[in-house]
Design a protein around this ligand. Structure first.
Ligand SMILES: [Fe+2]
Length: 264
């Protein structure tokens, strides 16, 4: 697939995004904090996707396409929080689908040919699915994988910064309003031992959610991403805030064997 995206088009989309996010202004600092959190997350995902893309040898047009996908992937989060005051799709609506509605309504992608437009929309649509569809074009799957890796890298940053924060005030938006009770669910443990992403339906408390974040390692697509996870010690940081138990040790043994010593 031939991709041609000018610098000007990318710059125009960045301006649109900034103006769009500016329309979400709140006097309540807690609400504004969660809007800012998603804006800053988006900015960092743009950096992460470029970082991975460069290491994979993408050309300038492909890098600009990757950046556009990252820039727009969570555009639905602002409206979601404004409407429902939660980032939990289960309790509100699918933020990827909501984002696509906003993008389509705005007409910002009409400047691109249909193939590029379609690729951007589909990559966003797939970014929060448990797994990618198999009947998709190679280029769409490639950019979807890139986005999913970049997104996970930054969510790991957000949650590990949060778990290790000095100030103990809790943020229900990050914790998905889950109770901070002791222990973890057996179904979550089983998912991890079976080297699969934890099923969100199995998540009952904050420890389960931390384990779900650990299980994303089974869905990493590219070696540069895996190297970042190792270098930044994200999984070890989450482990530090989990109970110390035989089961947790077993989970980490599985991860070390199947991910950290595996070549993607
Ligand atoms: Fe995201």
């Amino acid at each position: 697939m031939k991709i041609s995206i000018t610098r000007e088009k990318l710059a125009g989309l960045k301006d649109w995004f900034t103006d769009y996010v500016h329309t979400f202004k709140y006097n309540d600092p807690e609400i504004q904090q969660n809007i800012d959190l998603k804006k800053e997350h988006t900015m960092r995902v743009c950096k992460e996707i470029l970082n991975i893309g460069k290491q994979l040898g993408l050309n300038d047009d492909e890098l600009r396409l990757a950046e556009i996908i990252a820039l727009l992937h969570d555009v639905g989060r602002f409206e979601q929080y404004a409407r429902y005051r939660t980032f939990m799709d289960r309790k509100s609506e699918n933020h990827a689908e909501l984002g696509i509605k906003i993008i389509k309504k705005s007409g910002i992608l009409n400047q691109f040919d249909d193939a590029v437009k379609d690729l951007i929309v589909r990559s966003i649509q797939y970014h929060n699915r448990p797994s990618l569809p198999t009947d998709e074009s190679e280029s769409c799957l490639f950019f979807s994988k890139l986005l999913r890796d970049a997104d996970k890298l930054d969510i790991w940053k957000v949650v590990t910064d949060y778990y290790l924060r000095e100030e103990r005030k809790r943020n229900g938006a990050i914790e998905l309003d889950l109770p901070d009770t002791s222990g973890f669910s057996d179904a979550v443990y089983q998912d991890l031992i079976n080297k699969t992403i934890v099923d969100i339906k199995h998540v009952k408390n904050l420890n389960d959610f931390k384990l779900l974040q650990i299980s994303w390692i089974f869905d990493i697509n590219f070696k540069p991403t895996l190297n970042c996870v190792k270098k930044r010690r994200y999984l070890e940081k989450i482990r530090d805030v989990l109970p110390k138990s035989k089961e947790i040790n077993e989970i980490f043994d599985v991860i070390h064997v199947s991910c950290f010593s595996r070549n993607i």
